[in-house]
Design a binder for this molecule. Sequence first.
Ligand SMILES: *[C@@H]1O[C@H](CO)[C@@H](O)[C@H](O)[C@H]1NC(C)=O
Ligand SMILES: *[C@@H]1O[C@H](CO)[C@@H](O)[C@H](O)[C@H]1NC(C)=O
Ligand SMILES: *[C@@H]1O[C@H](CO)[C@@H](O)[C@H](O)[C@H]1NC(C)=O
Ligand SMILES: CC(=O)N[C@H]1CO[C@H](CO)[C@@H](O)[C@@H]1O
Length: 475
Amino acid sequence: MISRYNIVGIFFLVLVSIVVTIEGRSITQFLTQKTKGTKWVVLVAGSNGWTNYRHQANVCHAYQIMKAGGLKDENIIVFMYDDIANNTENPRPGVIINNPHGHDVYKGVPKDYVGDDVNANNFFNVILANKSGVVGGSGKVLKSGPNDHIFIYFTDHGAPGVISMPYNEVIYAHELVNMLKKKHASGTYDRLVFYLEACESGSMFDGILPKGLNIYAMTASKPDEDSYGTYCGESTPVDSCWGQCPPPEFKGVCLGDLFNVSWMEDRYKQFSDVQDRKTNSLHQQYSRVAKRTAANLTYHNYGSHVQEYGDKVMSFDPLAAYLGETSKNHSHNSVDAKSFSTSSSRNVDQRSTELFYLFTKHQNAPEGSDEKYEAKVKLNELMSQRSQVDSNVKHLGDLLFGVEKGNEVLHSVRPAGKPLVDNWDCLKSYVKIFETHCGRLTVYGRKHVRGIANICNAGITSEKMAAMSAQACSS
Ligand SMILES: *[C@@H]1O[C@H](CO)[C@@H](O)[C@H](O)[C@H]1NC(C)=O
Ligand SMILES: *[C@@H]1O[C@H](CO)[C@@H](O)[C@H](O)[C@H]1NC(C)=O
Ligand SMILES: *[C@@H]1O[C@H](CO)[C@@H](O)[C@H](O)[C@H]1NC(C)=O
Ligand SMILES: CC(=O)N[C@H]1CO[C@H](CO)[C@@H](O)[C@@H]1O
């Protein structure tokens, strides 16, 4: 019997909404300030498939915010697989929403890099403005100059030390940071802001993004935390969604991610709250929300802690320096800020959204139907894949470090400020070794990248890693 509360992790939104609100506001206090140079934006949804609806919805929404901020299409570069709007599962063909009460955010989004052109090679070469290295797509690259401001927003599945691209392609933290160092060395920006929404997203920068590059990175979660999808469709007809359900036809998918939705909706809050500022101080609001949610924190251990890396002093820059000036016409984007500030929502940990979808499908299909049976079969498959990779990794740990210590070594988390792994090349090659013997890591399985990093950190040789992986996964 599957307990849906255990598996799909349904819970109240707590911490992130507070943290992001405060972060967002400390940045946006200066919203109206002007800036020199051109503003450039790169938006990336690193996933595909219906159950990942929210990543492309996030990117479309972010695009609409940039447009409302006055940026031109020639300075906005969008990576999205583009399989959502016309997806056969989409109850609103041709439309993508990012909020239960939201209107279409898909309309007008430039299709610079879609389908298979959404890949790491193109992402890197676009940012480095290396047109000859770009394959396919619109060919638009980030041709920024020394006075320009760059905003990069990447929303996706993550894991310790990695983010992904469609079809299981992964980008390691050192590859990302090396690319950013190259961009800095090319002298083609004044400041760069990187927002990253993914599980364990802090691990992409912690201990490896140096200061002095004029880069400010904000991540949805700590290096060892999941991040969360939000506005997730009800799983059964009798569920109450605490007022934050997506429209009923969106069963089992999440419309947004907590972090993304939080910063984007927060931006609208700036506009709508301007008149209220005198009567409603930030601190008062913070205390109210904090008090109300603090009681839930110890019990509802969900949500994530937004982190900052790099040149943090930049966080006091006006958001407008990156996202454009306030537009008086923001209402056409129809994001309802109030709907989020009620701070109860339906969130599902990012790694479990596929499970949530299948579970919901199974729950809602008529008794005895093929649909119910198929959903059940897929659900069982997914569950057994999960326990298989868990047990393979556990077995490997036992072989390498002994039954007593194996678990402890694999799951140990390094203190903040220390990178996930000392030798990133080791990590990349040991992941390959593991996959050779034990099969490709999936979105779920990649949570074990931390264990593999710890194997590198423990100084295990590649010969031993190969031999033990083969043994662990032989049965
Ligand atoms: C989606 O369908 C519309 C209408 O048929 C079409 O114009 C559009 O090109 C399609 N988009 C994609 C990505 O297939
Ligand atoms: C640009 O891309 C080409 C082709 O991939 C590559 O050979 C070259 O090294 C790249 N240049 C830079 C500056 O990254
Ligand atoms: C706001 O909308 C009005 C009416 O659609 C339009 O005339 C005006 O140019 C818009 N202003 C801005 C700043 O986009
Ligand atoms: C789900 C849950 O425990 N919610 C509680 C959060 O904290 C407030 C204030 O203490 C309670 O009223 C809720 O019941």
